[in-house]
Every structure is written in structure tokens, then in C-alpha cells.
Design a protein around this ligand. Structure first.
Ligand SMILES: [Zn+2]
Length: 127
């Protein structure tokens, strides 16, 4: 199975997509800040790698709920196992979440709380 990350632009959609299946990662609206664009590109690459190609019906799936503390910890932990320092890992995840949540400040608050919690656990050697 060969697939690649491709850029699509049509009337409804603009953003990264899978060349093999209906997977899409549309650009969030109001994305103008270059920093946010970089974060979006990076996030698209990660999501692309993680997604499983669906050869059957193109279904619009709800986004995996990244708002639980567990999800935050998983993502940060994954980065740490790839060699990032915990503090940097947390920064990266927070940055990505900021992009995902955009103006949803309540979810962002919870993500920050999860970040603190993660770093606290790291300091205590629990992770
Ligand atoms: Zn795919």
C-alpha cells in the first residue's frame, strides 16, 4: 500500500490529504499566522502518519477526542520516547492543541492543566 501526503485545494476543502483514501486534514479557517501554519503542517504530518487508510466508504469521522488528560499525556509521552525533553514535548503538544482548539479557551485551559500535570509526574519520576 503506497500513500503520500498531498495538498488539495477545491471549493470545499483546502489542506493536506491522503493520496490513497478519503482522509483529509483541512486547514482551519482564520489561519494566517506563519507560526500557526507551521504547527498545522507538522500536525498534518503527524496525523497523516497515524491515520489508517480506509479503502471503503469515505465517512466523516469525528476527530479523536484529544481533550482528555490521558490523550495529552499519551502525545507528550510519545514525543519524549522520540527523544524530546519533557518540557519541549509539552510545548509542542500545547502548540498543536492551540491550533486544534483555536478559540476554544476552555479546552485549552484543560490542556494546560494536563501539561502541568504531565511535567509534575515527570519530575516525580512517575513517567
Ligand atoms: Zn489514507
Amino acid at each position: 500500500m503506497s500513500r503520500s501526503l498531498i495538498w488539495i485545494e477545491d471549493d470545499q476543502n483546502k489542506g493536506w490529504a491522503c493520496s490513497y483514501c478519503p482522509w483529509r486534514f483541512p486547514v482551519p479557517t482564520l489561519l494566517s499566522d506563519p507560526e500557526a501554519k507551521n504547527a498545522y503542517d507538522r500536525l498534518a504530518t503527524t496525523k497523516f502518519r497515524e491515520h489508517k487508510c480506509e479503502t471503503s466508504l469515505p465517512v466523516v469521522k469525528p476527530a479523536p477526542s484529544p481533550d482528555s488528560d490521558h490523550a495529552f499525556e499519551e502525545r507528550a509521552r510519545t514525543l519524549v520516547t522520540r527523544g524530546y525533553k519533557p518540557k519541549d514535548a509539552v510545548e509542542i503538544v500545547l502548540q498543536d492543541l492551540a491550533l486544534e482548539y483555536l478559540s476554544d479557551s476552555r479546552r485549552m485551559e484543560r490542556a494546560r492543566a494536563a501539561a502541568e500535570d504531565f511535567l509534575r509526574k515527570v519530575r516525580k519520576g512517575l513517567i
